[in-house]
Design a protein around this ligand. Structure first.
Ligand SMILES: *Cc1c(COP(=O)(O)O)cnc(C)c1O
Length: 428
């Protein structure tokens, strides 16, 4: 859609700018048309076999090889249209990176204020663990209390734009809440499939938000199997992790934000609690986009995956030098978001870890709980156990010497502790 006042403003800006692009060239290159449409999305590409797909149709996995599809943009045109200084005046949500997100029209933009979460310098925690600088990216402030809001804000917006009426998701809890919220905002049907032993607050939240809750005996992978059967029967669209291309786009904005909040530089190390891996893979994608946009240089952080030793398929595969991970049997951990025995994006996670010279660490549930309290009393953040796991991994890597003095470290607190009611000992 052509937005005329916006186009006029762009023309004015270009005619005043010292840019070397002449207006006629700009028109020939469609720059203004794309600016009016806002997204520089060009196509989808299979992350494994590279087959390309029309981005303006609904897709789940690659038809050829069954692997995840990734959104690709015209970053050259985007870099001419948007500068980092333009962002300063924009809304404090992930939609500030509008041109690098897949949505065509703002009419379908579903926003509850997701993203642009604080990056906090943890001064007292630094003293406690004798390391500086240490930052926490606090994702607990997202709508529905976790970073799942990022992915589902973008995925549900795009599904709405492409004509979807009913959505389906298998989830350990947080993704179900986020889907329920954005479906409620859009007026779409949401079907959430949760393990029967999921903490009650997750179930209650989904119900209040109007979703149809299906409780399944088993793990998230079993929820996926039941959900898949219902998909075809009832014609619902599957928004499972990495089984559609746009949750990744929402989560990649964590990488954009980190760069922006650190003055267009990146830290030395990022520690990330990995389940399906969307956040990790998304940030790695973001860094390569940011470099192509000319917004950062080529220096990259080392990425660290942390999992619980009760479910650590990525850690095992990483250290065994494998390209894919074997499914973990008898997966158990108090960190529900990490209880993911098999991830469809395993090869993308392992690639990102290796390309970044990163590593993977498994920590015990005991270490996770202890570290969660350590964050709480030294920062004022009530973290999810997944967030606690990042500090537990940090402590291991610091004592082994993998993290060196003065290296800047970012821990991701991916959610709020508030929904894990059963974990907190209230007896004092
Ligand atoms: C889903 C979830 C994770 C895992 O995220 P991925 O990006 O799928 O690896 C970590 N922490 C919390 C709180 C989650 O809800």
């Amino acid at each position: 859609m052509l937005n005329l006042p916006h186009l006029a403003a762009c023309l004015w800006k270009y005619s005043r700018s010292k840019s070397k692009i002449r207006l006629e060239e700009a028109f020939q290159n469609d720059i203004f048309l794309s600016m009016a449409e806002k997204s520089f999305l060009t196509h989808l590409e299979c992350g494994w076999c590279r087959r390309e797909y029309d981005p303006d149709r609904l897709w789940n996995l690659c038809l050829e090889c069954g692997k995840p599809l990734l959104a690709r943009y015209d970053l050259v045109k985007a870099s001419l249209a948007v500068k980092t200084a333009d962002l300063e005046k924009r809304e404090p949500t992930l939609w500030r990176y509008r041109e690098l997100l897949p949505l065509r029209s703002d009419r379908c933009k579903l926003s509850l204020g997701e993203g642009f979460t604080p990056l906090l310098r943890a001064f007292r925690l630094e003293e406690e663990v004798s390391h500086s600088p240490l930052f926490i990216k606090d994702e607990s402030l997202n709508p529905t209390g976790s970073f799942k809001a990022r992915g589902l804000s973008v995925a549900v917006s795009r599904a709405l734009e492409l004509g979807v009426k009913a959505l389906s998701i298998p989830s350990a809890g947080n993704a179900a809440c986020a889907l329920s919220a954005y479906a409620a905002l859009a007026g779409l049907e949401a079907h959430v499939y949760l393990p029967a032993d999921v903490p009650r607050p997750f179930v209650n939240e989904c119900r209040v938000l109007g979703a149809e809750v299906h409780l399944i005996d088993g793990l998230i992978t079993d929820c996926g199997k039941v959900a898949r059967k219902d998909l075809e029967k009832y014609g619902r669209f599957d928004v499972s992790t990495l089984k559609e291309p746009y949750r990744l786009e929402g989560k990649k904005t964590m990488g954009y934000e980190l760069a922006e909040q650190l003055g267009w530089t990146l830290p030395d190390v990022i520690i990330y609690p990995t389940g399906g891996g969307t956040g990790l893979v998304g940030m790695w994608k973001a860094f390569s986009e940011l470099e192509k946009l000319g917004w950062i240089n080529s220096k990259r952080p080392r990425l660290v995956t942390v999992q619980s030793d009760g479910c650590a398929p990525m850690v095992k595969a990483f250290h065994e030098g494998r390209e894919f991970a074997e499914p973990w049997s008898d997966a158990r951990t108090i960190a529900d978001g990490l209880r993911v025995p098999a991830a469809i994006g395993d090869f993308l996670i392992l690639r990102a870890l290796r390309e970044s010279n990163g590593t993977a660490v498994a920590v015990s549930d005991g270490e996770i709980l202890q570290a969660t309290y350590l964050i709480g009393k030294n920062t004022g953040i009530w973290p999810a156990p997944e967030g606690g796991a990042t500090l537990a991994a940090f402590l291991r890597l610091k004592s082994s010497g993998w993290i060196k003095e003065e290296e800047s470290v970012v821990l991701f607190n991916t959610g709020s502790g508030a929904r894990y009611a059963h974990l907190w000992n209230t007896e004092g």
